[in-house]
Design a protein around this ligand. Structure first.
Ligand code: SF4
Ligand code: SF4
Ligand code: SF4
Length: 234
């Protein structure tokens, strides 16, 4: 099986949240009660039962309303800093699937709070989450159980607009670069986020901070986090 990647084209996202629900359903994760916090985003953040979260960013610019959507999830890094730090702490909860490149957490491995804090801090995109009751960590699995059966990840399969895409790394990267070229004609700030280092590639059209504070990370920060072996995935 070839190295895999996601392409999340935020320009096609309508924030229907189908991906978020499909992720919960496939992973048999419980629903999270909706709370009014002055935003359409629910729940507030990722958790051990929410691996995929459509982040909503709503603000006014030059007197016009702006609304951005960011279907957040693990980036399945080429050299995962979470795994590096887990190994330094002798925590055997994180592995990397050699066939696809998926970075996998084993939620049955008990991790101490201090160890988890180090692992979460190591992730440049602030993805890992920990349950203080079970002491297990969890995040997006790349739907590895579906991929091994020749199926698409649940979030990709359910997306009605083509915002979520998944496939062989070379084809997904080519798709992302082609779409970037097209979108750039209208939006000069259009960019792919950290695509040299991650398997979840986002396309955005404005400053990353306007989507989510952890949407993008500087190259220096990523290389420092991946300092053991700053390899790229093409
Ligand atoms: Fe690990 Fe974070 Fe990279 Fe996911 S995004 S593989 S949790 S370092
Ligand atoms: Fe959830 Fe699977 Fe999509 Fe990951 S790949 S966000 S586990 S549905
Ligand atoms: Fe956006 Fe597709 Fe997710 Fe709907 S299913 S929120 S369109 S990425």
């Amino acid at each position: 099986m070839a190295d895999k990647s996601f392409f999340v084209d935020t320009t096609k996202c309508t924030a229907c949240r189908g991906c978020q629900i499909a992720c919960k359903q496939w992973n048999m994760n419980p629903a999270t009660k909706t709370v009014q916090r002055g935003s359409h985003q629910n729940p507030e953040d990722l958790s051990t039962s929410t691996y995929k979260l459509v982040r909503f960013s709503e603000f006014e610019e030059n007197g016009e309303p702006v609304w951005y959507f960011f279907a957040d999830q693990c980036r399945h890094c080429s050299t995962p800093p979470c795994k590096i730090v887990a190994e330094i702490n002798n925590v055997n909860a994180i592995s990397r699937d050699s066939a696809t490149g998926a970075v996998l957490f084993d939620p049955t491995v008990k991790v101490k709070e201090k160890e988890f804090k180090d692992i979460r801090k190591a992730c440049p995109w602030d993805i890992p989450r920990w349950d203080d009751k079970t002491q297990g960590m969890a995040k997006c699995t790349m739907c590895i159980d579906r991929i091994r059966e020749g199926l698409q990840p649940a979030c990709v399969k359910t997306c009605p607009t083509g915002a979520m895409n998944f496939g062989d790394r070379d084809k997904i990267l080519a798709m992302a670069l082609e779409r970037l070229e097209h979108v750039k004609k209208k939006y000069s700030k259009a960019a792919l986020l950290n695509h040299e280092y991650v398997r979840t590639i986002f396309l955005i059209v404005d400053d990353p901070g306007k989507y989510h504070k952890h949407a993008s990370v500087s190259k220096e920060t990523i290389v420092a986090a991946m300092k053991r072996a700053p390899a790229t995935v093409g």
